[in-house]
Ligand binder design. Sequence first.
Ligand code: AMP
Ligand code: MG
Length: 534
Amino acid sequence: MPGHLPDATGFALTATPAGSAAEQPGTACFATAGPTTAVTLRAGDWLWTGFLVSPAGSTPLPGVATDGPTTVLLAGELYNQDELVRAVGDPKLADAGDAWLLLACLRRYGPHAFRLVNGRFAALAADGGVLVAATDHCGGVPLYLAVGAASVSVATEAKALPTMADGPHGQAVTGLRPLRGTGAVHQVPAGGGVVVEAAAGRPRTRLLRTWTPPLHRRHLPEEEALREVREALDRAVRSRLRTGPAPTAVLSGGIDSSAVAALTASACPGLRTVSMGTDLRDEFREARLVADHLARAHPGPAATGGHTEIRIDTADLLAELPWTIWASECTDPDVVEYLLPLAALYRRLPADRPLRILTGYGADIPLGGMHRDADRLAALDDAVAHDMETFDGLNEMSPVLSGAAGHWTTHPYWDRDLLERLLTLEAGLKRRHGRDKWVLREAVADLLPAETVRRPKLGVHEGSGTTSSFTLLLREHGVPDERIGAAKGAVVRRLYDRLVAGGAHPDEIDLGQETKAALHRPDAPGIEGGTRGT
Ligand code: AMP
Ligand code: MG
């Protein structure tokens, strides 16, 4: 499979100072599917032992680049290669692969190289005695870390960290939040890296900030704003395409995913689109309208590759709850509700070959699309700023959601450059002429049916009936309506504890039993009294 997916999509490694005794761990538990490679590697002054996951498993050490004292492991991919090649001044690096390009950046800039990179990745780098574990600007590939007395463990999934299996030991890491249920495992913040130096054999850590959501806003004339958004979205889409098999777009028929599908279809032939619905609800007509429009707009050799509808029974959809939490390692019930229908969809795509999937996920956050009631511009901008302050740690963008089914997703709206441009537009360009996400709708209006451009927002959890089915499950367990929200939280946290901290596999989980257990726990606030005896 010549490079249409990242070389590596996950890792779990322990770094110990070279020369100390290090044992190769027996196994690591990843939700990300794909061949696992055992690694024992000298990296700078460190020894790395553990595992990495790669979609193809073709090269001996996928995602690894080494040059003298510098070694890089990259899980994921970069999107501003042109810029980076110019920055390091070596045109040969254009085709060398993302890990080699990142290595050259690290040699030139040190850990600050991560401030230059636009990508979807988690990385571990060693440069002599210095170790850096970093994730991209939005924590797009989540990264976890535990610091022991003489070693540091890092992994793209918390459950894959050796420390998770061995119990909670390890040191606090300044500036990092410990993970629920553990004192020792920390998540590397979005737009952050942890720099480790071994001082007299003991790892010393400091946090390196590489990105932070901008708070300033820009007023642009309408025409200029539309041109900027169109160009930046087009670049974000194109930088996510690779040679090889044609990509897939998950298409709801809303403006966000329709714009991504339209620009992808313009950039490469063969785009396949896929929509999911349930017995309760679907957006099939709306998605089909877009797919047909794109098929007509791209005849002959530029033709699109077809559109598929996948319907999932509500009962089967809810059965994906454990898989969703196992993959995303998310404890937020609202986010889990958004992710559930997508996780279910990814697991029903053809599994015979890994797909590159583009989504419209996340456009609402910088554009305030979910805040339909915030009609004052101040309230809209407050909501945007608040969502950007609180997204970290939710793992909404995690590639493991599709990785559990063997596929790779990428979200153009959270491209670092596009995200910054969308965020910094003043609220009056986001809500304008009585319409939400005005600047996006108008910027792509020429590519889509007029009905699609005007269509009001429907969240994936609403369009698929997920919210209603989760609510129904809890009503069946006797939860009164005013406690449904709290009960959803209790169930999600219970599943997280079993699957992430507890090491259970989602197929071992009996959802009915876990729901009952979650609702009857004495520490489930406001639920206990209402449901006892049901
Ligand atoms: P939304 O909450 O509607 O913004 O959904 C986020 C993204 O998930 C969309 O932009 C689509 O890429 C994808 N998506 C949402 N609903 C569906 C669906 N019913 N079928 C396929 N993909 C969907
Ligand atoms: Mg939608």
